[in-house]
Design a protein around this ligand. Structure first.
Ligand code: F6R
Length: 366
């Protein structure tokens, strides 16, 4: 049932070209400029006219929500808040009928997310679910939703569900931007075409496995890791760090790269591997200076870069080159080598990758 793979996690990492394509199948038809999310149809009006989008989730799903914040604000110009469900539900939050709530959950059973939904519903907000498990509790509690169609995710560490969540949220943001007129027709068409190429670019990124494995061998005994990125890649840094800590038990922190000098920079010495997501995008130059700052303090630099980048190659200890895409779509590709890195490190440390200690696949207690 592991399809010849040693672990479910590795199988699920490798399934991503297909799971992302499955998620887009029947929804995205770039050639004809069509993008249809069935679940959104009856609620498009509410969505388009919302004063605010509130995204609520936990863990990896919350990271997907953070990516969506950048997507919705860039393409649709609606203010977004991303909330840990566990904080949101106990804060007596200000919510009203003009709020559009998006709840993201792989399992559809996370207790805090479910409770956050019930709370927002009681205040008259519209609730939209982005879930993977069909017929689970969250899709039943929401007004509408779009399934991620990633297929069953067995490994406790979420991988293909994350990229499928981002795929759905990306389609939602593009559709919303187009309908609201904040995205021009030509830009919309261009983005749809690029989105369609993502499964094949993820396929290419997966081929970096041997390179990533060699890096894993070099750093498997590290006691700490730092993950840094900016913009769309800031949530990717958080997700990379979460993947590493949950399955390898190495302490890892993700940070927005610019925040480094406000504290974490004190941790950097020759023992500290720092993973940068430094793709060619609007914050590239800034990230390059952050890399220089780490290098000056003798930190070890592992950088995920755009194919062909030579600047970072000359500075970093290791580079992982991923295919170029639209800035907004980079997380879908950049997260893949980070999933592989945590996987290989965990295996080399003899950890139980699919069933890490203390963790459950769905957290049905608060
Ligand atoms: C991380 C992980 C957890 C879940 C979180 C939310 O790999 O698996 O952080 O993402 O418990 O779970 P769902 O998405 O099922 O609500």
């Amino acid at each position: 049932e592991k399809g010849g793979y040693e672990h479910f996690m590795l199988k699920e990492i490798n399934e991503q070209p297909r799971s992302i394509a499955d998620c887009m199948r029947g929804r995205l038809d770039a050639k004809n400029g069509r993008l249809i999310l069935g679940g959104l149809r009856d609620y498009m009006n509410k969505f388009q006219n919302a004063d605010r989008i509130i995204i609520t989730a936990c863990g990896t799903s919350w990271h997907a929500g953070l990516v969506a914040e950048y997507l919705f604000e860039e393409f649709a110009r609606i203010p977004v808040e991303v909330e840990y469900a566990s904080e949101f539900r106990y804060r007596n939050p200000v919510i009203n009928e003009k709020d559009f709530i998006i709840a993201i959950s792989q399992s559809g059973e996370t207790a805090d997310t479910l409770a956050a939904i019930e709370l927002a519903k009681s205040k008259g907000a519209t609730i939209f679910g982005v879930c993977n498990v069909v017929g689970s509790s969250i899709p039943r509690a929401t007004h509408a939703g779009s399934y991620t169609h990633a297929g069953p995710e067995i490994g406790v560490a979420s991988t293909k569900a994350f990229t499928a969540q981002i795929s759905v949220l990306t389609m939602m943001a593009l559709k919303l931007g187009y309908q609201r007129g904040t995205l021009s027709e030509s830009r919309y068409m261009q983005l749809l075409s690029e989105l369609e190429t993502i499964p094949s670019k993820v396929e290419r990124a997966l081929k970096l496995n041997d390179k990533v494995k060699a890096i894993a061998a070099e750093y498997k005994d590290a006691r700490n890791f730092l993950y840094l990125g900016r913009g769309y890649n800031f949530p990717v840094a958080l997700e990379g760090a979460l993947k590493l800590k949950e399955i390898s038990y190495i302490h890892a922190e993700g940070y927005p790269a610019a925040e480094m000098k406000h504290g974490p920079i004190a941790l950097i010495d020759e023992e500290m591997p720092v993973v940068f997501i430094a793709t060619k995008d609007s914050s590239y130059e800034k990230v390059v200076s952050n890399i220089q700052e780490v290098k000056a303090r003798k930190g070890k630099i592992i950088a995920v870069v755009t194919e062909g980048d030579t600047t970072v190659r000359n500075m970093a200890d290791h580079v992982i080159e991923i295919p170029e895409t639209e800035e907004a779509f980079v997380p879908l590709i950049a997260v893949v080598p980070l999933q592989q890195l945590s996987y290989h490190i965990a295996v080399m440390r003899g950890c139980n990758v699919d069933q890490p200690r203390n963790l459950a696949k769905s957290v049905t207690v608060e």
